[in-house]
Design a protein around this ligand. Structure first.
Ligand code: UD1
Length: 342
C-alpha cells in the first residue's frame, strides 16, 4: 500500500484532511506533528470519526537530522501534503523571524527529504495572503502577487517561490499549491474543529467563544469602502478545503496535471462581510452576539474573494457547504468543547 505523509496532521486543516483521506482513499496515512499549535487529542477524534488506524510521528520539521531519521524509516511514500506552519497574521508581525524560521526552514527540510527519497508528489498549503492587496476582484491565479501585507503572507510567497525554483531544477517533481481563502467551520459531526491552544486571532473561533462568554468580539472597523463598511472575505468550509487536498493528490498521482506546479484558489467565490458572518452565526445558533466595533486592525486586507473556476475545472472540486453550514458546524464544535471540558 502507498503511504501519504501529512505534516501538521493534528492541526486545524490537517486533521480535517486526515478524515477525508481516511474516509475516501485506501492510502496508509502518516501524520507528522510537533503539537506546537495543536493537540494529540485530535488524533482520537479523527479515529472516532473514521474508525481507521493511521501512524503518527511527533517531529519538529525544522530539525533536519531528526526529520531524515524518522521519515526515512517509512516505505512506499507516494506523496507529501505539507500543512505544518504558523498562521497568525498578528503574531507574524510581532515576531517575523519566528515565522520565517518555522514556515520556511520546515519547507526547505521537507523538500530536501523529498529530493533525497525521490518523492515527486507534493501539495503545499498556501494562502490568499500571497496576493497582498489584490489588484483585481475576484482574484484569479493569474492576479499578480503584490508586496505581502504581513510576514505570514510573505512566508507563503517565499514558500511558493522555493517550490517553483526547486521544480525547475527537478523536472520529475510535481506539485499543487493550494491558496486558501478563509477556512472556517468544523467537521459536520461537531466532533472535530479548530482547537484553541491559545487565544484565537481568527474571526469564527472568536465569535463562538464570545457566544459562550469566553471571549469578547471586537469588530475591526466598519468604515471601509465596501458594501456595508465591513471587511470582505471569502469564507470556505474546512471540510471543503480538506476534500480539495484529496482531489489534488489524485490529480498528481493520476498525472492529470498540466503544469509542473499547479496553482489553485480555494474559496467559494463569494465575498462576505464581517457583519454578514455575524448575522449568519446569530441565525443558525439562535444566539444574539454581543460585539463592539473597534478600530481597524493593522495588516488587514479590505476585501478579497476568489475566482475558483480553475479548481472546479481541473480538480472537479465543488464547495459543498454554505456560510450557514460553516457557522452551524463551528457552533456545534464549540458546544462539544464546552460539554467535554474538564
Ligand atoms: C488571514 C489570511 C488567510 C489565512 C488566515 C490565517 C488574508 C487576506 N487572509 O485571514 O488566508 O488563512 O489569515 O489566520 O490575509 N475580524 C474582526 N475581529 C476579530 C478577528 C477578525 O473583526 O477579532 C475580522 C478581520 O478584520 C477580517 C475578518 O474578521 O476582516 C477575518 O479575519 P481573520 O479570521 O483573522 O482572517 P484573515 O486575517 O482575513
Amino acid at each position: 500500500m502507498q503511504t501519504i505523509i501529512v505534516t501538521g496532521g493534528a492541526g486545524y486543516i490537517g486533521s480535517h484532511t486526515l478524515v477525508e483521506l481516511l474516509n475516501k482513499t485506501d492510502f496508509d496515512v502518516v501524520s507528522v506533528d510537533n503539537f506546537s499549535n495543536s493537540t494529540k487529542s485530535n488524533y482520537d477524534r479523527i479515529k472516532k470519526i473514521t474508525s481507521r488506524p493511521f501512524k503518527t510521528i511527533e517531529l519538529d520539521l525544522c530539525d533536519e537530522k531528526n526529520l531524515f531519521k524518522e521519515l526515512s524509516a517509512l516505505s512506499s511514500i507516494a506523496g507529501i501534503i505539507h500543512f505544518a506552519a504558523f498562521k497568525s497574521v498578528p503574531d507574524s508581525m510581532k515576531d517575523p523571524l519566528l515565522y520565517y524560521h518555522n514556515n520556511n526552514s520546515s519547507l526547505l527540510n521537507l523538500l530536501k527529504f523529498a529530493h533525497a527519497q525521490n518523492i515527486n508528489h507534493f501539495i503545499f498549503s498556501s494562502s490568499c495572503s500571497v496576493y497582498g492587496n489584490a489588484t483585481e476582484l475576484p482574484v484569479t491565479e493569474q492576479t499578480p502577487m503584490t508586496k505581502a501585507i504581513s510576514a505570514y503572507g510573505h512566508t507563503k510567497q517565499m514558500g511558493e517561490e522555493m517550490i517553483d525554483f526547486f521544480s525547475r531544477s527537478l523536472p520529475a517533481f510535481q506539485s499543487v499549491v493550494l491558496r486558501y481563502f478563509n477556512p472556517v467551520g468544523a467537521h459536520m459531526s461537531g466532533l472535530l474543529g479548530e482547537y484553541p491552544i491559545s487565544k484565537p486571532n481568527n474571526l469564527v473561533p472568536i465569535i463562538t467563544q464570545t457566544a459562550v462568554g469566553k471571549n469578547s468580539l471586537s469588530v475591526f472597523g466598519n468604515d471601509y469602502d465596501t458594501k456595508d463598511g465591513y471587511c470582505i472575505r471569502d469564507y470556505i468550509h474546512v471540510s471543503d478545503i480538506a476534500d480539495a487536498h484529496v482531489k489534488a493528490l489524485n490529480y498528481l498521482l493520476d498525472k492529470k496535471n498540466k503544469e509542473q506546479v499547479s496553482l489553485f484558489n480555494l474559496g467559494t467565490g463569494e465575498g462576505v462581510s464581517v457583519l454578514e458572518a455575524i448575522k449568519s452565526f446569530e441565525r443558525v445558533s439562535g444566539q444574539k452576539l454581543a460585539y463592539k466595533i473597534g478600530p481597524r486592525r493593522e495588516g488587514d486586507v479590505i476585501a478579497v474573494y476568489a475566482n475558483n473556476t480553475l479548481a472546479k475545472k481541473e480538480l472537479h472540486w465543488l464547495p459543498e457547504y454554505s456560510l450557514d453550514d460553516m457557522m452551524l458546524s463551528a457552533w456545534k464544535w464549540q458546544q462539544h468543547l464546552e460539554a467535554t471540558a474538564s
